[in-house]
Write a protein that binds this ligand. Sequence first.
Ligand code: NI
Length: 169
Amino acid sequence: MAILEILEYPDPRLRTKAQPVEAVDNLVRTLLDDLFETMYAAPGIGLAASQVDVHKRIIVIDISENRDEPHAFINPDLEISGKEIEAEEGCLSVPGVYESVTRADHVLVKALDRDGQSFEFEATGMLAVCIQHECDHLEGKLFVDYLSSLKRSRIRRKLEKEHRIQALP
Ligand code: NI
C-alpha cells in the first residue's frame, strides 16, 4: 500500500471530470487500498480518486469514531432526497478550511464493490453529506463552490500563500 499525494485547491486538476471504471481489477483494488491508507493517514473521513489525480469514479469514506467502518463506492450513482441539512464541511484538498454547506439529508447510492458486484446503499445525515461531497469531486466540484465568491477567493489566496511558503527552499 502507499500514501498518495493529495492535490490542493486551487490546483486545476481537481476540476477534471472522472471517468467510469470499466473493470474492477487488481489495479482498481490496489487504488482502493491506497485511497483508504491515504485517507486514514491524513487523517480524513472521505477521499475521491480525483483528489490523488486519478480521474476514475471511485470514492472511499469512513466517518466512524474508531476508523473501522470503511465504505468504498465504484461508479457511484446518487439519488438524493429528504430535507435539506446544513453541516460544517472540510476537505483534504482545502486544508484548514471549514464552512457550512447545505445538502440533502438522504441518499441512495448504487455502486460497485471491490469485487465488481453491484450494490445499493442508503445513508442519512453526516454519511449522506459525506457521500455527496465525495461524489462532487468526481464531477470536478469542490465544497468551496457552494460558498460566496468573496469567501472562495479569500480561501484561494490563503492556500496560494501557504503553497508559496511550502515551496520556499
Ligand atoms: Ni473533499
